[in-house]
Design a protein around this ligand. Structure first.
Ligand code: OFO
Length: 169
């Protein structure tokens, strides 16, 4: 059984994951209309992944006797000055999500909820991976600079960084 504090914190995280999904959907759409086909594919995959992160928590909360809530979401940014600016926004967002997961872990420890603590280890590993991917992409963009042909290749390369979604949520 979840304590009210843990349930509230998990519901907050459900909202954050749903907002992440919206943010990446907005990025996918921006990339698509600006001719970044590979980046758009990457972002479409990311938006699905974030929805999977959200669903995983929804199912966990309900399984443990709580009530997973679907709430209203903050509107994502829809305009980005450049692909670089967009990936900087993505990186900052992932750092924010990692912080939120860490706070959630703190709450589970304070509440002595070791099952939820265990469940969250997957999210900690996932955040490490997502921050690393964002950092790698930003480094590549930095190297390319203003060079158009470099960006063309980058847009092709990024497709290789798309990870397939697991089927067992
Ligand atoms: Fe859900 O991992 Fe990114 O935000």
């Amino acid at each position: 059984m979840l304590s009210p504090k843990v349930e509230k914190a998990l519901n907050k995280q459900i909202k954050i994951e749903a907002e992440s999904s919206q943010i990446y959907l907005a990025m996918a759409s921006w990339a698509e209309i600006n001719g970044f086909e590979g980046v758009a594919q990457f972002m479409y995959a990311q938006t699905d992944e974030e929805r999977m992160h959200m669903l995983k928590i929804v199912k966990f909360v309900n399984e443990r006797g709580g009530h997973a809530l679907v709430s209203d979401l903050k509107a994502p940014p829809t305009q980005f000055g450049s692909a670089k600016e967009m990936f900087e926004t993505l990186f900052k967002h992932e750092v924010f999500v990692s912080k939120s997961i860490n706070e959630l872990v703190d709450i589970t420890l304070a509440e002595k909820d070791y099952a939820t603590h265990n469940f969250l280890q997957w999210y900690i590993a996932e955040q490490i991976e997502e921050e690393a991917t964002a950092r790698t992409i930003l480094d590549k963009i930095e190297l390319i600079g203003e060079e158009k042909s470099g960006f063309y290749l980058f847009d092709k390369d990024i497709k290789a960084m798309i990870t397939p979604l697991p089927t067992d949520i």
